[in-house]
Design a protein around this ligand. Sequence first.
Ligand code: SF4
Length: 676
Amino acid sequence: MNKSITVAKTAGFCFGVDRAVKIAYETAKEQTDKKIYTLGPLIHNPSVVADLEKRGIGVINSPSEAKEGDTVIIRSHGVGRAVFDELKDRGVNIVDATCPFVTKIHKLVAERTAKGELVLIAGDREHPEVQGILGWTESSAVCDNSGEGDAEVFPNCVELVKLLRKNCEKSKKGVAILSQTTYNIVMWNQCIRAISEFSTEDVTVYDTICTATEKRQSEAESLSRKCDTMLIIGGRNSSNTKKLYDICSANSRCFLIEDSRELKDIDFSTAESVGISAGASTPAYIIEEVKKDMTEILSNEEEFNFEEAMEQSLKKIYTGKRVSGVVTAVNSTEIIVDIGTKHTGYIPLSELSADPNAKPEDVVKVGDTIDVIVTKLNDVEGIAMLSKKQVDAQKGYDDVKKAYESGEVLTGTVTNIIKGGVIVTTSGMRVFVPASQTGVRAADSMDTLLKKEVRFKIIELNEQRKRAVGSIRKVTAEERAQRGEAFFETAEVGQTVMGEVKSITDYGVFVDVGGVDGLVRRMDLTWARIKHPSDVVSVGDRIEVTIKDIDKETGKVSLVYKKTEDNPWVIFEKNYSVGQTVEVKIVSITAFGAFAQIIPGIDGLIHISQIANQRVANVADFLSVGDVVTAKITDCDIANKRVSLSIRALLPEGEYKPAKETAPAEDEAEEAETEE
Ligand code: SF4
């Protein structure tokens, strides 16, 4: 035990008290047939008084309470002459246990006052010892306001000087100064110094302070300077005990107790060294009890503190130790956490969450109990740097490991786009997903994934480095495969389904129709003439398609996007007929004529011979692409999707000059007509 307990050698019963107690017990033994009383409590200690009571020694407070034949023990404080006389008059058997040192004062006072001297007594006027001393003056008269009397009591040097000045002017025969036996030695010395201005012939000083008191006070004072805590044991109405308390209080934390039962009310958690002293009325066994109990208390306290210190130190010294704490503040730069130690815990924002985009207030709030890891300690400044992110990562790692072993699909948020892939955060754990496993095409930017929630599987785990590699694509591929199986089970040719355009090529468009990418060939994309499939749809478009063909063995699906009701030949047949005049737009020029759009998807041929009512050698001399001209539908072959137009048929009658040089034969021109 590092804590110490020191009991003052002079603690407890003084000679006079010890003598009085012994006398009382002897009297109880010898006079068993008489009523025995002490005049006032024998000593200022309730437990001793109670014990004497058990042995048949009661307490009376006035001589008048005693009856003839009773035995009255005069306690160590002593009493005045008049008290003795009264007791004798009442036929009381007196046992005088007055301390010899006190008796000596009684005699001194009686002598000095008999010589006409004024006796000035340093002490407490109300104290029984002082009362007893005053009872031995010649006239038994104490000074009153008129200055008459044999004796006076003064509490301190200031009052002493006043008394001396007042009384020296009077024609007294001298002044004797003495003190209560338990008067404070320091104050007594002050008094001695204060009277130096007065004539030594007139003033006589008698040092009547009991050396027992002096030694006790001196030792207690010295002990109180060495100990952080002092226990003064004694009755609360004991003058010398209170003086000990006052002296020691100036130097240390001081407690006045009557016995060991009061120890439980005192907090000794900070006590390292305890000193014990006791008033003159305190029996040795009470001091011993206090010492014993105090030893136990300090021992327990030390044990408790040790455990507590261990607990604290576990939190302190193990950087990397996981501890619980309560969030006490959340601000824009850090989180403050009470981790139950003397340290102030700080979580920098960078250590709060694995998600760098997370707002602190979205992660924790004041009052939350959270687990953190101590990352750095500064015992001198009482600062503990903490990380919640690492705790989350530990938990996240456990989850990730389980998922890796079970093949479970995890959900996380893409928190970073890095070279070669993305970082997905799940339960505080950062998982690397290579670009090839993101599901994003090489040509596209992975930025589209940032802050998005994704589902992924762990495909690689490094337990040593606690790192994991994930794959978003694996999940989507597996899910797609499942959807694909479901598609082939239910899909039928002619069925209309919704799909998403996944990619566009020169020859057509791939559409995801639910786990399966079907192909819409260019010819099935639109009825209109187009330069490229991207003229019709874009990647990501949701379109309605019709299943044209299914090959379950190869997994190939052909789709049609163009709608039957949009078929221009149907529209043409419904709205146009041979002989009808129409406004058409020249869309291309050939050597044998020009093609003109009647409606989108239907182009008719204006043969070179039908451009003018004169010979046309070069079509371009008469028509240009983009020209809008009026022509007559001269022929219509719906089955072969051919329409013939003629400008000439609408021209006035005139000489017809056929082309001579470049006009191709009719057959050749007809073959060149397009279907669409
Ligand atoms: Fe006697 Fe001194 Fe004890 Fe008083 S303190 S009773 S004078 S021994």
